[in-house]
Ligand binder design. Sequence first.
Ligand code: PGA
Length: 251
Amino acid sequence: MRRYVIAGNWKMNKTPAATRAFIGELAPMVAGKDGCDIVLCVPFVDIAVAAEAAKGTNIKIGAQNVHFKESGAYTGEVAADMLLEAGAEYVIVGHSERRQYFGETDETVNLRTKAALAAGLKIILCLGELLEARQAGITEEIVSMQTKLDLAGIPEEDLQNIIIAYEPVWAIGTGLTATPEQADEACGIIRSVVAGLYSQAAADAITIQYGGSMNEKNAAELLAKENVDGGLIGGASLVAEKFTAIALAAN
Ligand code: PGA
């Protein structure tokens, strides 16, 4: 049985005060809804406040990026042990906005994933095709390649700490959602690549989320699909009622 994970990706939204207020509002709404893990990936400066506010609740806290070195002259970057100590349990790696706007490549995604694993963080590893790739009919090739490159050199036992988020870039923040069939198909491709790289048992066990304009209206249909084990939610995770509705759909 795969564990469903519903994760919010706040991106560059909410101050520490707004974070405290949001978790105060969300916690009673999702209390006892333990059919899925509930994670909020917040800006770096919100992590400590979020972890404090989430103490004693079923809400887990994550970051949105991590550097691949343990320390050093990397101005503006944050290391894995800093995230852990601040209270993060999870970290998003390889989000398409990092790839598009900040020069992230499969190589750095792989390095960041390894650094986060070494520190004991759980990873939400994002990948997905651009609109041009889907239109050119090469979604399978792109998603397979990203899965292989991003997981290169990572041993099978570490997969228990990795969630893969399939996020078609054309669906992120656009209001365009992949159809449940498209999401299921791509998540299934990723799962079969994991089977080829590791084992069928590893493929059967790994949580694969869909992300891209998932909301309170379309979540149930997407989550009902065989290969979709949760969601990575941007816009709708900023509103407690909407995020709760998605968590309830996963339950
Ligand atoms: P969205 O973002 O739900 O706003 O489309 C998803 C994501 O970027 O993870």
